[in-house]
Ligand binder design. Sequence first.
Ligand code: ADP
Length: 610
Amino acid sequence: MTAAQLVQYLSWATYVTIFVIVAAKAMRSPRRVNIDIALFFSLPMLIVVFTLLAPPAGSLLSYLVVILLLALPYMLIKLVDDFADVPKWLLYTSEVLLALIVVGTIALGSKQPDWFVTIELFYLIVFLAYGVVAFARQSQRASGITRRRMRSAAAGSIALCLVFVFSGLARAAPQFAGLWSTLSQLSSLASGVSYFLGFTPPEILRRAWQEPELRAFLGRAARLPRLPDTQAILAEMESGAAASLGAPHASVGLWSEARQALSFGVGDEQVDVTPTPLSAVGRAFLNQKPVFSPNAPRDNPAVADALRKYGATALLVAPITAGKRKLGVLTVYAPQAPIFAEDDLALVQLLADQAAVVLESRALIDEATHVRAQEEVTRLKEDFLSAAAHDLRTPLTTLVAQAQLLERRAVRSPEAPADLAGIQKVEKEAQRLKTLVLELLDATRTEQGRLVGTREEVDLTEVAEETCARNGTELHPCEVEAEGPVLGCYDSVRIRQLVENLVENAVKYSPEAGAVRVKVWREKECNCLSVADSGIGIPAEDLSHIFDRFHRGTNVDDKRFMGMGLGLFICKGIVEQHGGRIWVDSVHGRGSTFYVALPVEVGKIDADVT
Ligand code: ADP
């Protein structure tokens, strides 16, 4: 047996085997595409069988072999139509041409003129070339396994085209007949194998082709629950599922208890689907089993138009379930049925299970965040109540005691002169109470971002000097360092409150005496102010929280230094609502310097100003 014969027998054996496999599949699952594939492969199988019978030239069988050969491109175009839409006119043209050529073949008998053979070859090559282009274009549009299948189909069409090209060459250059025949047989073998892989890839190959996308999806799944919102998670899951199955689309429908519907996000639209046993989606959700519907519009004609609009002809749907809770469904869909195979159902279920894990993790994270937020709110309320109660109690107690004392004295000796010192003490404590209450109100305004009111021209140097004059004492001399007025357009009341607060703190937290130095200067884009003291300083661990509401330094105790921890919070609010920045430099035990940078013009200042 020569090598050429060996290749020929191999190629015949391949075609017969492929036919047996696809025919069995078509009988098991008589879908249009399976029948088309079986019909397509029945042609080479019959050609092989008839050729083996060695029909004499001009016999009926020899005509049949030619007709079967001519029918190949037509059957291929029908297959292309199963995978992608072929224009109707092209289908009809190929039918008419096929009929004409078959009639011509029979009419002309065994002595076909060259021009007719050329027309035959031309017809074969052109329509097969169309198959090549159509499958190649599909492979460009598709991804994952579908892309690989379409490439195989395109390769099969190229090889089949070559079979006829070599047949043509055999007529044109008969001196190399042996070579052309071997090449033609090789092409035929290659085309059989490529078509087989493209149209009905064995399960093991499907798995291998799906693996890269599946692996990528599962790799990403672990970090999905941490994406910013559920929408982003769904989008990632959908694109991962579509890529793993080589389908153009996938969509997750989440069950909404309130609407009693599965809610799908399709593009920008939200589509609610009520699960009914009529639809594949409904069946999968209600029966909690994956469903494959090769023709969803036919199954559920009531929504056929909507399904076609979304390109959802073939559907794979799997329920997403966590324990006993039905969370929704994962739907992978395509405009053409042959994209999927029945055994893809297991894969869709696997992806849906993965989606359930991701959604459950997300729900747990959301719940934990919610609980933490609740705890934070409760803690803040408790902080507030205890700080407010504690701080309001001291002046109130003094106030009540002093008022009672004054009352007793007045009752005992009504004629005695008024106790001026006692009344002044009452007033001082009442003032303190008022300050505390105002601080609480300001803290609320800070939260709401409405601390800053009408702006006017303010001279920071003047504010610093006035504040120093009010707060400076012999133990705490307050000095201002400035080269002249530093003007800006600010809320003058709030700016005074800011400087007052910083200077007061400098005095308060320097219990062993010490000077307070206020510096005011102008930089390129900001008006700056600093307040420095040589007091107790701030421990390093407190520095990042010192401007937080109610935060007090760990080196500060309530008895020695009264306060609620709201002053700096309000200062930060004042500065930031003016578009500026406030920060502190401090060494525990050595003193602190607070810096403020305010924009010269209204608006934000550069965050790099230090
Ligand atoms: P309060 O003085 O009422 O506690 P503040 O918000 O003004 O509230 O200050 C918060 C905390 O910052 C203070 O409790 C203190 O620990 C620390 N602090 C503020 N200013 C100074 C300063 N000049 N020196 C040292 N620590 C300071």
